[in-house]
Design a protein around this ligand. Sequence first.
Ligand code: ATP
Length: 237
Amino acid sequence: MLSVSGIHTYYGAVHALKGVDLEVAQGEIVALIGANGAGKSTLLMTICGNPRPRRGSVALAGENIVGVPMYHLVRRGLAHAPEGRRIFPRMTVLENLRMGAVVADPANFDSDLERVFSLFPRLKERRDQRGGTLSGGEQQMLAIARALMSRPRLLLLDEPSLGLAPLVVRQIFSIIEEINRRDGVTVLLVEQNAYHALKLAHRGYVLVNGQITLSGSGADLLANEQIRAAYLEGGHG
Ligand code: ATP
């Protein structure tokens, strides 16, 4: 479904991605793990076209999408729930969800809203509250819910567990699993929380300093000594 090949991305003189190859097959959950500054967010943003890669290609369902604006990509089934819970703070929960649904068929709005509210009952309770006054966890839920309202086939999730309490992290991860299993949404998940991400994912990639250094099944990566030492020590290792 997604094929990233030989991507080089720069921020001015900073060479952030140095020849990244990555594949996500339909129906998979793929985790991308790595330390701060490895280039994880840059990879998701490059897939969405901003920044644009200087070299390499990105294909969605077999078609090159480099240079295609994000609003067209959303229509082709791509959704991005970015890091930092970039919801619209002055809009209510419901208005945020409407923004997510602008490319979807209006006839599906009510049923899609019910589906999203059944995944995130907290958002239903807060439907008239402004996004900016939600708690961190609620904002994260809203970012994911808003992305789902476009009915994506491929969902890019950037650090959904960032800054959240362990209980909320478990909730979010079980919802990601449900979206994948029940709704058939393919997921590319960027995470620093390597333990949860690799437990959930079918496959994973490790990004170090702009390059993929390891890839394999979630279970194999979890059992890998290098990964345990670098990313799982002190937590769940
Ligand atoms: P984190 O887990 O801390 O969010 P990350 O793996 O997502 O890290 P990126 O945010 O993709 O890493 O950053 C990759 C590299 O690119 C870093 O060295 C970062 O400083 C640099 N970088 C990111 N955004 C910019 C920018 N707008 N201008 C210049 N350099 C940038």
